[in-house]
Design a protein around this ligand. Sequence first.
Ligand code: CAA
Length: 301
Amino acid sequence: RAKRPAGAPDRKLARPVTKVGIIGAGLMARQFALLFVRRLQVPVLLTDINQERLDLALAYIHDQIATLKEKGRIGDDEAKRLNALVSTTTNLSDFSDADWVIEAIFEELTAKQDVFADVEKYAPDSAIFATNTSSLSVDAIGSKLLHPERLVGFHFFNPVAVMPLLEVVRASKTDDAALATAMDTAKALQKSAVITTDSPGFVVNRLLARLLGEAMHAIDNGTPLAVIDGGLKPFGLPMTPCELLELVGLKVGAHVLDTHYAAFPDRFYRSDNLHALADHGKLLARDKKGAVTGFDKGAEA
Ligand code: CAA
């Protein structure tokens, strides 16, 4: 018999997930929508602050479903069914029958607290709430909820379709039903879940922040890109530190470094330069084929 992961509660406590609500339509949220319809085959409703953002997310999802069809991973009927399962709304009252709600908006504590407090007005009492925060405290995010015991951390890695790991964060108030539902959902999504405590960066970002922080420290102190990034390719990491920073997004990367520095200033590095680059939007300049040619001009300024 398969062993239950360390700290996992009894599976019998898990609640069924028949409709998924996703708060946010950005880089991660739109990838969740695709994963949830594909693996759970249930309706998925995305919400964001305006319809333009939702339309961009829908275009991405339709495009990815078309790619899966082209690759022969799904047939025509399946593609049509998956497309039909995704819908959008700008009105949180449409979450009235969502039994699993996952949030993936920008990393700002008050914004996350407020949106969950709003969702709680409309979602069923039995609904489980999940946050994809990468480095904020899950307890703090749930502090404006009437029922914080229903909130669990559910932290994916980018690219969501490809990365097999998922961190399930048990905050101090998370109850067994929320944790069991999260573990069941992770399994249905075909991810390997590890249960972590609610501490800064959980497990993975605690490790990654050291790597990315050291890379930024080297860059900020004049180490050439050819050494710190391109030069590291033969080390065998799937991506170099700068490529990884671009993948996760410079704003998210800067935020992750800040959070770790705030919690453990003697062990982590934060970079003002990375914040400036995040405003500029790019770190690496590439040629037409996508090969890295150096720092982006803005980065050198
Ligand atoms: N979206 C969807 N699918 C993608 C993708 C993307 N952005 N990038 C690659 N893929 C898919 C490809 O389509 C391909 O799928 P098929 O096999 O179905 O064709 C598959 O992944 C492999 O792609 P490639 O052969 O092109 O690429 P690769 O072998 O170079 O692997 C990679 C690509 C998996 C992204 C690899 O470079 C990798 O593992 N990189 C490290 C990623 C990582 O560490 N992510 C964690 C970041 S931290 C984070 O997200 C959390 C946080 O809180 C900051």
